[in-house]
Write a protein that binds this ligand. Sequence first.
Ligand SMILES: CC(C)(COP(=O)(O)OP(=O)(O)OC[C@H]1O[C@@H](n2cnc3c(N)ncnc32)[C@H](O)[C@@H]1OP(=O)(O)O)[C@@H](O)C(=O)NCCC(=O)NCCS
Length: 447
Amino acid sequence: MSTPDTPVAAESDRAAFRSGSVDEQSRTRLAEGGLVYRRTSVDGEDFAPWLQSVARGFQDGERSDEHIASARERSAYRRLTGVYDPAAPVSEAPVATIASWLGELTVPGHAALPSCAISAVTVAPTHRRRGIARAMLEGELRSAHAAGVPVAMLTVSESPLYGRYGFAPAAASASWRIETRRAAWIGPRPDGRVDFIPRQRLRELAPGVHDRVRLRVAGEIDVPGSHWDRFAGTEPTAEKAGDKRAIQYTDPSGEVRGLALYTVRENHDDFTKATVNVAYLLADGDDAYAALWRFLLELDLVAEVHADELSVDEPLRWMIADQRAATVTVRDHQYVRILDVTAALEARRYGAPGLLALDVADSLGFTAGRYLLEVGPDGRGSVSAWDGPLPAGAVEVALGVAELSAVYLGGVSVATLVSAGRVSASDPGAASRVLGWHTAPRLSIWY
Ligand SMILES: CC(C)(COP(=O)(O)OP(=O)(O)OC[C@H]1O[C@@H](n2cnc3c(N)ncnc32)[C@H](O)[C@@H]1OP(=O)(O)O)[C@@H](O)C(=O)NCCC(=O)NCCS
């Protein structure tokens, strides 16, 4: 079993990333339009207007003082940036926002690498479509690249936004709607026990359990504490937190191996047809997984169970008698953007040995070039420059950095992207075998 004994993103690197200055090129570009691009401090007076602009940017309501205080406490891990318009009537409120932090992304082979997570991208409707988002995104990517961060990642509100910067969906997510009576549990019935626990207890246990399991699934990240509070409803401002039920699975030796949080929505027309929404399910091992899902699917008075951000290849499908009891919707979820081909490709493991000659295009210039990826029988890859002619036995693959990022976590095959006209490869099957992975990548949160 792998555990992240030593973080690949050291606290000192995270702190240096947080305190880094804004990208000069983007600062100059925005200044030419009369705008000021600068860091916003979590502790200072800037924070409240910054947060209000983020809320407005996502079409949400005004934040209360209590909410701002709570968000301030939970934002120390991020670096916050705003774009300010000195000519606006409320010039202390940024007209655009972005947040980022140095986190860890799990890659195939029980390994992680430092990754720049980006969130809170908003541009006020008064300032849209004049290149402000582009300046901020390119600015954060240049900052991350300059800091030696090999990959950037984000989850999105809309799919078409980030391909132009070299991002691609690398881990899809599945939303499940399960008719419980049709489903009929045929999976294992583990010997441990399921018990209700206080939400606060789940909040305390979740980071430890998640750290034990996150290196097993490519696409997962180290979850910032504020997200556990959001799931568990343990922020002071959480609405309807009492609706959330928390359970744990304890194995026969007494160790907590799984956690789940769910809410129940009654059906007033028919009390036997309530709906359960699974806010989070975290399983350290197959027994915990089976026990928690069985508990949820066998709840009395419940007709449907909904769950989001699941894998596209859930074992759950094989634990119910009627697979058509589940309606599954798949969509793009975890986006990845490689910034350093050598560091990124050497961090993961591969599906098969082989030699790939990669010709990578990158309109932002970070990764454009020709690389040789040699994968040995142990599944480890080493990258060198591809200077001369095509080496004997090499498979030639020409692709953009977005396509390389799409296949990076093993969630989509090179052959599929060749068929889609997005990649060209001299032997798509061989390239797919090398870059493929035996488990589907997944990201169980959004950020
Ligand atoms: C999405 C958003 C950040 C774009 O900001 P913006 O400053 O208007 O974007 P820009 O002017 O920099 O546009 C950059 C590029 O993205 C394109 N673009 C911007 N918004 C788009 C949209 N909603 N759909 C498709 N393309 C879009 C532009 O056409 C432009 O393309 P080009 O440079 O390749 O010609 C802004 O509309 C917004 O705040 N939306 C609501 C919040 C949100 O969804 N944020 C994203 C969170 S993941």
